[in-house]
Design a protein around this ligand. Structure first.
Ligand code: ATP
Length: 360
């Protein structure tokens, strides 16, 4: 077993920079989730680690050894694809045996034992003699995982492995995958565009945007201390609310509201005047009356009941800006109500509007 190190990894496809100078360490046994919007370079990064794509620049180490130019089969890495990529004409047993027969010199009996043991771990022993066409999507997914696990590799790479499953099965498999990964303690890089999957599964998350690494951190670090406006907006559901504001001394002025800052906060901002003010929907609450400078009159729009919570869409009374407050599901809120939204200063995030960098 070993950790993975990406050193200045870059991939260019003619004039497209798919992955741009990405460096990070993935610890031995760690579950790292690579997350970002469509086209940000997640799959290309994973394919370079697997050896399915060459690097334009940079290096990748597995433990002490550079694998950047090793053949895929010599990397001690197993990949699980979104499409499962099972051989349709082979049984489940055949699919699981196949990789082992190719890559090891185990005896037939040893291979059989490994396949049985892995099938038991995944609860698919009854399926061993069926073909992929005779399995449900969830079962095929387990077989695809089994085929990776049976090889006992140093690293698992997973490219959106749960995206073809329905919501309920997906959340079940999320938990199961985490349990398995913990049990096997194999270094895992997991690609998804789904921030919920990233938040719930990763020991750490690496957020990519436009081929660039925005932040690597624990889910809570990325949530509470996002490195920039992109991460702040990408992590968290519903997304953080953003307001373009101008700063004049200690006061922020936005479209339809003013927001005074305490001295301490204003000092952190240096000379920057063009800012983005961010606040998470769950940090906005309703209060009976405007008693302080951070209580903002607003009008309710669409109310989305989520059961335990309501997502309430709001505008300022002049109709400007739209933002969302997540409030208790028992709180009775109707459309077109005049309310007062409290945006506590301790909860706000401030970003440089030019660079997106977090200032506070
Ligand atoms: P998705 O979530 O949609 O799969 P992704 O984050 O995995 O996206 P990549 O598939 O890594 O993104 O693609 C990154 C960028 O590189 C995109 O702009 C894509 O169009 C481009 N790209 C990927 N593969 C190739 C290729 N073989 N030739 C040219 N451009 C490519």
């Amino acid at each position: 077993m070993a950790g993975l190190t990406l050193n200045h990894v870059t991939k260019r496809f003619e004039d497209v920079v798919a992955v741009d100078d990405v460096s990070m360490d993935i610890d031995d046994g760690e579950f790292l989730v690579l997350v970002g919007p469509s086209g940000c370079g997640k799959s290309t990064t994973l394919r370079m680690i697997a050896g399915l794509e060459t690097l334009t620049e940079g290096d990748i180490d597995l433990g002490e050894r550079s694998i950047a130019h090793a053949k895929p089969a010599d990397r001690d890495i197993a990949m699980v694809f979104q499409s499962y990529a099972l051989y349709p004409h082979m049984t489940v047993r055949g699919n699981m045996r196949f990789g082992l027969e190719e890559s090891t010199d185990l005896s037939d009996e040893e291979i059989d034992a490994r396949v049985e043991e892995t099938a038991a771990k995944l609860d698919i022993e009854e399926l061993l003699d069926r073909r992929p066409g005779e399995l449900s999507g969830g079962q095929q997914q387990r077989v695809a995982l089994g085929r990776a696990i049976v090889r006992d590799p140093a690293v698992f790479l997973m490219d959106e492995p749960l995206s073809n499953l329905d919501a309920k099965l997906r959340s079940q498999m999320r938990t199961e995958l985490q349990r398995l990964q913990e049990e096997l303690a194999v270094t895992t890089v997991y690609v998804t565009h789904d921030q919920t999957e990233a938040m719930t599964m990763g020991d750490r998350i690496a957020v990519l945007n436009d081929g660039e690494l925005m932040q690597v951190g624990t889910p809570l670090e990325c949530y509470h201390a996002p490195a920039n406006e992109f991460v702040a907006g990408f992590i968290g559901e519903p997304s953080m609310n953003f307001f373009a504001v101008e700063r004049e001394g200690d006061t922020l002025t936005g479209d339809g509201f003013e927001y005074p800052l305490s001295n301490d906060v204003a000092t952190d901002l240096g000379e920057t005047r063009r800012l983005t003010l961010g606040v998470r929907p769950e940090d906005v609450s309703f209060v009976p009356s405007a008693d302080g400078p951070h209580d903002l009159p607003a009008v309710t729009g669409v109310v989305e009941p989520m059961g335990n919570e309501n997502n309430v869409h709001l505008t300022f009374p002049d109709g400007s800006e739209e933002f969302v407050a997540t409030v208790d599901g028992m709180e009775h809120v109707e459309r077109d109500q005049h309310v007062v939204a409290r945006v506590p200063e301790a909860a706000i995030h401030l970003f440089d509007r030019e660079t997106g960098r977090t200032l506070r």
